[in-house]
Design a binder for this molecule. Structure first.
Ligand SMILES: [Zn+2]
Length: 109
């Protein structure tokens, strides 16, 4: 089976790379965070003063922001901060559900 087949792809790698490239191009500092290995929710930590820029940049790039805090999945024993901003990305990336942005001070120190 070719390495590039859907079955052999690392779940979440494509949207993670896309978001990192979009934020790089917008010169928004970011750190990949969270449970990427599960491929359901991709989390990036963004400095506070860049959070609005990151949100606007990703919205402009076609990521649909969700403003309903009750619509994010907080199940499966979430033991980490609730994201400041989130986007539902399952229509664009069927292997993933949510792209989350977390403010840096809340998350890292
Ligand atoms: Zn939501």
């Amino acid at each position: 089976m070719p390495v590039s087949s859907t079955k052999d792809r690392v779940t979440g790698a494509e949207p993670t790379a896309d978001v990192a490239r979009i934020l790089d191009n917008a010169q928004v500092p970011h750190v990949l965070w969270g449970r990427l290995a599960f491929g359901l929710e991709i989390e990036f930590v963004i400095p506070d003063d860049h959070l609005e820029s990151a949100t606007n940049t990703l919205s402009t790039a076609g990521f649909p922001r969700c403003t309903n805090p009750n619509r994010i999945n907080l199940g499966y024993g979430r033991a980490r901060p609730v994201p400041d901003i989130h986007f539902h990305i399952e229509l664009r990336y069927p292997d993933c559900t949510v792209l989350s942005l977390l403010a840096k001070p809340v998350t890292l120190w």
